[in-house]
Design a protein around this ligand. Structure first.
Ligand code: HEM
Length: 223
């Protein structure tokens, strides 16, 4: 039964929709958390520490964080694998051998594919930059995310990488949220307008909220 659902196109789209919504929830929380940087180093670093002690004493140090990490890894993997398989299906089903002009995927589909690849690369860079410090520009210090973030946005390439990624996040969510709603059956004549407005608002809010941090550092509001 599970196998049949997974093998179907609708099954894969449902996996994409649900995993996408899980990641969207994480992003909203992450964006709001990031804005604490405007309240100063003390509050931001304290918040980062709290992320590791959530649920104590029932949960041990970092257990909740690890739970969130596992859910995210499962969501990212499920999202990427089904996206890849749906793309392969789409390409195979195209009758391009029989027509002169190659049938191309729609603009939205192409943007989603490229956007997805850009975001996957960004996540790897971001973890190496601000979680492990491997590619960090300054002297990375665990437990001092305020200074680490300021260092990242004090280099031109840090700003370029994050700004491009944040724009990709916005575009991806704009179309992704809409697609997920259609897959999960939330669409309909009267609701489509409201869904489009929600998708646009969410995309704009997340992009602006995330962009506020590099802009804050570049303008010296955060230093
Ligand atoms: C300007 C934008 C962003 C800033 C300033 C930022 C900042 C940070 C910081 C400081 C950390 C480390 C937190 C800690 O260790 O306490 C972090 C972790 C993380 N960020 Fe971001 N982030 C941004 C955008 C994003 C985006 C767009 C995504 C996803 C597409 C993302 C996904 C993650 C993930 C998965 C982690 C690892 C969480 C963990 O397991 O510890 N971030 N971010």
């Amino acid at each position: 039964m599970a196998r049949t659902v997974w093998d179907s196109t609708v099954g894969k789209k449902t996996v994409m929709a649900v995993s996408g919504l899980i990641m969207l929830l994480y992003l909203v929380a992450h964006m709001i958390g990031n804005l604490k940087i405007f309240f100063g180093a003390g509050e931001f670093n304290h918040y980062a520490h709290w992320l590791r002690t959530v649920g104590e004493p029932f949960m041990h140090y970092e257990w909740t964080l690890w739970l969130v990490r596992v859910v995210l890894v499962v969501a990212v993997t499920a999202h990427a694998v089904s996206a890849y398989q749906l793309s392969r299906r789409d390409i195979k089903a195209r009758p391009s051998k029989y027509v002169h002009r190659k049938a191309r995927a729609s603009y939205a589909t192409r943007t989603m594919r490229w956007g997805g690849v850009i975001l996957a690369l960004f996540i790897v860079w971001h973890l190496l930059d601000l979680t492990t410090g491997t590619v960090h520009s300054g002297g990375f210090e665990t437990g001092k995310p305020y200074q680490n973030v300021v260092d990242t946005f004090s280099t031109w390439y840090g700003n370029v990488i994050y700004i491009v990624a944040m724009l990709a996040v916005g575009l991806h969510i704009r179309h992704g949220f809409w697609s997920a709603a259609q897959t999960l059956g939330a669409g309909g004549r009267t609701r489509d307008r409201a869904l489009k407005t929600t998708a646009n608002a969410l995309a704009l809010l997340l992009t602006a909220g995330f962009l506020a941090v590099p802009v804050g550092v570049m303008t010296g509001v955060v230093s």
